[in-house]
Design a protein around this ligand. Structure first.
Ligand code: NAD
Length: 489
């Protein structure tokens, strides 16, 4: 038996059929791009979430579960040809030569490591499903972001299937192939990645995986490392990016109490080729499903190995982010004469960044909750985020559910409403302030002269993204607070 498995493990498998478990922000776009460039490979994307799969199969491409510029076009071209979305995990796993695991790995909410470590229950259940249904030799690829040495967990589960199975032909190789796409530019990033990282210890399997990417990615961009370096590189990459955002956001606070302007500071430091100009835009605080969770994961690993100084260093990136979001909420209240109770405030943007409908860890959630707790009445608009998503995000408030907000004025908690559009500018009627929280293009073009006439004077514009034309806002007679702008004080 050992010999059979050994022989099969070293056999190179020509990949003709791919399965991706997890049809989320990573699984969907990544597999669409693979299907586009590898028409000879069948790609099956499976998920336990039936609604999500139904949305991926929607004829109307506006109803895809994920909004990413360019994604709808690719889906239109490959769906039903060599790209299929289904809930039939068993069938897809059985047929696959190579399986990507792209399921969610959120921060653990309870038990050992709660609040820091990744919750690996979805990874474990995938590994068990693969061990049960796989046939022949299968390459299993970690696409999800995972703590260092998770491949070992997956290997253990798969190996026990190998040794226990009566199906003597079954064998596995486990590789790490973390995804570096950024939401909002996912298709661009997948089409032209800075690098593709493949970690593993079986060269044949690594080559088979690299062949898929070589259909469109230049060979020199495909890096081979050992599996643990690959897992750690992904966490470290996100930690460095998040650190840059927290760094520049911390400088906004200094700018606001001096006469410096954070945009000028960013431009000046970004010209230094050792620093570079990317990721130096200040904003309302880092968000998205990954940065905070991946840093906390790094913190957990460092603590686990007794490296408390390392843990403290990285944890401070998350702590200053929370402080920064709190700081912005407080500024709004302070500028509105110390109270927003019963005041209508217009919230422009709820997604954590532009060009995505993802709200996970969005700064808008914290800022809106803070303002609701201060009694504000919010009118929220985002071009891609639905009302039910906002409801979901705001009801996790420790004190009140979203439903309760709507009828809780007498308890001094605010309320919120959703607006489908800002086209007729009615949303601004009688508002005391407008908060720009996401950098959607359409917010750059607003007619402030008309808006100003609809608002309750002295009305404020709070621009946390530096996208508003300051002259137009001032000429319209509005008061303006812009992030990191010392000159406003
Ligand atoms: N979102 C990003 O920008 C991004 C970028 C790089 C890496 N990552 C990482 O990729 C992973 C996935 O992230 P995401 O944003 O796509 O998550 P997501 O929550 O959007 O999607 C995960 C999907 O997996 C499905 N799932 C969970 N368990 C399953 C199972 N046993 N069988 C079938 N389906 C199952 C869920 O139903 C869900 O639809 C995470 O580890 C994340 O850290 C995310």
């Amino acid at each position: 038996m050992d010999e059979v498995v050994h022989k099969l493990k070293n056999k190179s498998t020509e990949v003709k059929n791919i399965c991706c478990i997890g049809a989320g922000y990573v699984g969907g776009p990544t597999m669409a791009v693979i299907a586009k460039h590898c028409p000879e490979i069948e790609v099956n994307v499976v998920d336990i979430n039936e609604n999500r799969i139904n949305s991926w199969n929607e004829i109307n491409l506006n109803n895809l579960p994920i909004f990413e510029p360019g994604l709808d076009l690719i889906i239109d071209n490959v769906r039903g040809k060599n790209l299929h979305f289904s809930t039939d995990v068993k069938a897809a796993v059985m047929q696959a030569d190579l399986i990507f695991i792209a399921v969610n790995t959120p921060t653990k909410l309870k038990g050992i490591g709660a609040g820091q470590a990744s919750d690996l229950r979805w990874i474990e259940s995938c590994a068990r499903e693969i061990s049960e249904y796989a046939r022949g030799h299968t390459i299993v690829v970690e696409k999800s972001t995972l703590p260092v040495r998770t491949a070992e967990v997956i290997e253990n589960i798969l190996n026990s299937a190998e040794t226990n199975s009566k199906r003597e032909e079954i064998s596995f190789d486990v590789l790490s192939n973390p995804e570096f796409l950024a939401e909002g530019t996912a298709i661009k990033d997948l089409e032209n990645p800075d690098r593709v990282l493949i970690g593993g210890d079986n060269k044949n399997a690594m080559i088979e995986l690299s062949k898929i990417y070589r259909a469109w990615v230049p060979e020199e961009k495909i890096l081979f490392t050992n599996i643990w370096s690959s897992e750690l590189a992904k966490l470290t990459s996100n930690a460095f990016l998040a650190q840059r955002i927290s760094s520049i956001n911390s400088i906004t606070a200094i700018c606001e109490v001096t006469s410096a302007d954070v945009r000028e500071v960013s431009r000046a430091i970004g010209k230094d080729t050792r620093i570079g100009s990317k990721f130096l835009d200040s904003g309302p605080g880092l968000g998205g499903s990954c940065f905070k969770k991946d840093i906390l994961n790094l913190v957990y690993i460092a603590e686990y190995f007794g490296l408390s100084e390392v843990a403290n260093f990285w944890e401070s990136v998350v702590k200053i982010n929370s402080w920064h979001q709190q700081r912005i909420s407080e500024i709004v209240v302070k500028k509105l004469f110390g109270s927003v109770s019963n005041k209508k405030l217009v919230i422009l943007g709820f997604a954590f960044k532009a060009n995505t409908n993802d709200t996970r860890e969005s700064a808008a959630i914290t800022i809106c909750k803070n303002l609701l707790n201060e009694g504000a009445n919010l009118l929220i608009y985002d071009p891609k985020v639905t009302a039910s998503q906002i409801e979901n995000d705001l009801k996790t408030n420790q004190t009140k559910s979203a439903e309760n907000y709507k009828s809780s004025l007498n308890e001094k908690l605010g309320s919120w409403e959703y607006s489908k559009s800002i086209n007729n500018l009615e949303i601004f009627n009688n508002a005391y302030a407008v908060l720009v929280l996401t950098e959607w293009e359409e917010f750059r073009k607003l007619n402030w002269m008309t808006i100003s006439k609809k608002m309750t004077p002295p009305a404020w514009v709070f621009d946390s993204r530096s996208i508003i034309n300051t002259e137009e806002v001032k000429d319209a007679g509005l008061r303006l607070w812009r992030i990191g702008d010392g000159l406003e004080n």
